[in-house]
Design a protein around this ligand. Sequence first.
Ligand code: URA
Length: 438
Amino acid sequence: MRAPVLSANDIIARKQKGDSLTGAEIEWMVHGAASGRVPDYQISAFLMAVYFRGMSIRETRDLTAAMISSGKVLKLKTIKDIKVDKHSTGGVGDKISLILGPLVASVGVHVPMISGRSLGHTGGTLDKLESIPGFKTRLTAGAFERTVKKIGICIIGQTDEIAPADRKLYSIRDVTSTIICQPLIVGSILSKKIASGTDAVVFDIKCGEGAFMKSVREGRELAAFLSRVASQLGLKTSTILTSMEEPLGYCVGNAIEVRETVEVLRGRLIDDLLDVTLALGSEMVVLAGKAQSRKEATTLLRSALLGGKALQKFKQMVKAQGGDATIADNPRKLKLARHRTFVRAARSGFVADIDTLEVGRIATVLGAGRLKAGDRVDPRVGIEFLKKRGDPVRGREPMAIIYASSASAGRQAARGLRAAMRLSLRKPRPRPVVLGRV
Ligand code: URA
């Protein structure tokens, strides 16, 4: 029997009606997206149909498998150890991969990390790393494997070789309001992780206003979806739910987040960054078989961080990927935008809440993320919080600094940020950042 002739229009129409697509239809569409055979306007329509109609577990597994087979699947055979990666569903001020990757590698775990760029209002690890002069996030598969083998870690993006379909779909989802769709998130995350040749992944599912999953219930649902599809495709996983009700750390942007990363690696202990890093890191170390328990793993990681081993590993990684490793000795070498605007408190009180989604949007409009496909991010813009939730403020005291490319962009961002930082007369109760394990 002859195989039916497939067309993008028919596949879009079937999904639009709510039909279940066959594996062949999904593969045809996904491979067409990766190769350029299917034009962007049909990919957008397809993604929108999936956004409204969803996909079953079977369809999502087929989507993920097609995204994986759109490129090469690395085996990393030269690395005999168990390889473990981490992936976050995206947040604001989320520089955890930059701290965690080198930290975990510094205790002997091999970390082949494939990361993403900014997505919607959330920042991207690759954009942050590219603010380091010379740093390359596009390496050949061979160079990626050699670097992981030699120094224990390498962080790159989806390439023409590894998960090219994710690169295409991700860039279109970013600008067509089709990000918050569980099957598309699962396919995107798992395809690049499985194609990278890792044995296990620890997921950081962010929940809250500043995340794509707005509640812990949605976070748990995504965790179950991810782990079912992952296990059908032979990937070991473990999941931590973390809060995104407040930006992580004090900085949001690209160069400014690398600066903050280096400060943490040099011993500045910032509670929320440390809590999330150790929760994820201890899972990774146990999955890699380098510790018997999470408690033992946490002790190992703390001493690597405080003893400077993680900073050394970060330097090695930056150097191996062509970047200027001296920024790890002097993070001020990473230049920030010239126009600085202070955001001052309208009255005295406590910072009660920070509208994290709004903070992400403000950073994106400043140029730290993308408003349309192909936009270039400005590595130097960003936001530095001087006060966070629970901190006391006096009237007119600065609560944050905006780094903008023009004075008017700075003023506009400052107006938005003042409104996004709500004050109260009472000190708010502390909230945990690590919400649980799944
Ligand atoms: N991270 C990804 O890699 N993909 C998504 O869709 C969301 C977060």
